[in-house]
Design a protein around this ligand. Structure first.
Ligand code: ADE
Ligand code: ZN
Length: 320
């Protein structure tokens, strides 16, 4: 099977309804009403509604053990699909909202990574992510905690949430804190705002952009991405399901790649979108006509752009 690697997936967003329900039950909590539709799937009508549903699901995740199980189950499913490495974007803001310390949060995820490695051989690392619509002060808290208390598996910093309402330039200090602590940096941009949002993100100390696909709206931004070797973590299924693009055929991933931009794949929030990392590779094959060479290149790019250390990268390269 072709080896795969994933750099863009939100950990709380990997838990399917069945797992969220199991976790709620063992924590003695009712499932939040409005979280699921009558067919048992996560319910949302647009992007901002999706973010609120995500918050509802995250609100029943209460313990390090919950995070262990979510991590373990997700990584095992990725390994089944041929993945050898996954960077999990975790949200200390969501953990803090339910009273969990960053240490319990990270240690729970780390146990999930260790257990999944033991059982399948897959490797994982953690990116901490601030939610931009929680504001700059809160984002600074997330970055400072990660900077002040290094954890061997926390290798990067990201920002998710409402890109259009909370522009990248407001978070310059946050990114300085993260970058100076040696964390690899990425940020959601060019998903719910256009190429100017990517241009602003490129002023931050980032080597990757989460999504970034709407760069295609400005050839100068595309040229800058290509010239600087910035890697886009593309999630075509997320973009089509949430309505950034009406169809895979309209998705700019092939055009960006043809323009010399380095691209990788991610499932973003798999059960919300009916996505998986294996599925995203399959989409590129079925919809964009990519063969094994192109897909292997995606995996190689992901390994080069990963925020883990060189020793781990060297081991991963041998598996591709
Ligand atoms: N949080 C979870 N998924 C997200 C996405 N696709 N964009 C922004 N924030 C998110
Ligand atoms: Zn995302």
């Amino acid at each position: 099977m072709l080896t795969k690697a994933e750099l863009h997936v939100h950990l709380e967003g990997t838990a399917p309804p069945e797992l969220v329900s199991r976790i709620a039950a063992r924590n003695g909590l009712e499932l939040p009403r409005q979280m699921l539709s009558s067919d048992g799937r996560f319910h949302y009508t647009d992007f901002l509604h999706f973010l609120r549903t995500y918050d509802l699901a995250a609100s029943v995740i209460r313990t390090g053990e919950d995070y262990r199980d979510i991590t373990y189950e997700y990584l095992c499913s990725c390994a089944d699909g041929g993945a050898i490495y996954v960077e999990l974007t975790a949200s200390p803001d969501h953990a803090a909202l339910v009273g969990m310390s960053d240490e319990e949060h990270w240690d729970g995820i780390a146990r999930g990574i260790d257990d999944a490695r033991r059982d399948t051989g897959i490797e994982g690392r953690i990116l901490v992510s601030a939610v931009r619509n929680f504001g700059v002060e809160q984002a600074l808290r997330v970055a400072r905690h990660a900077a002040e208390r290094p954890h061997p598996y926390v290798v990067g910093f990201s920002m998710a949430g409402d890109e259009a309402g909370f522009p990248a330039q407001d978070f310059a200090e946050v990114y300085l804190v993260a970058a100076e602590a040696g964390l690899g940096c990425t940020i959601h941009a060019g998903e719910w705002a256009g190429a100017d949002s990517v241009r602003a993100a490129l002023e931050l100390p980032v080597t990757r952009i989460s999504h970034g696909v709407r760069s295609i709206e400005d050839p100068a931004v595309v040229s800058e991405l290509a010239a600087r070797g910035i890697v886009l973590e593309c999630c075509p299924t997320s973009n089509v399901v949430l309505g950034v693009y009406d169809s895979y055929e309209e998705h700019p991933l092939p055009a960006l790649r043809d323009a010399g931009v380095r691209v990788t794949l991610g499932s973003d929030d798999p059960p919300y979108f009916g996505a998986s990392i294996e599925g995203e590779y399959g989409i590129c094959s079925a919809r964009f006509g990519w063969g094994e060479d192109e897909l292997r290149e995606i995996t190689r790019t992901a390994i080069e752009a990963a925020f883990c250390d060189e020793e781990l990268k060297a081991g991963l390269r041998k598996l591709v």
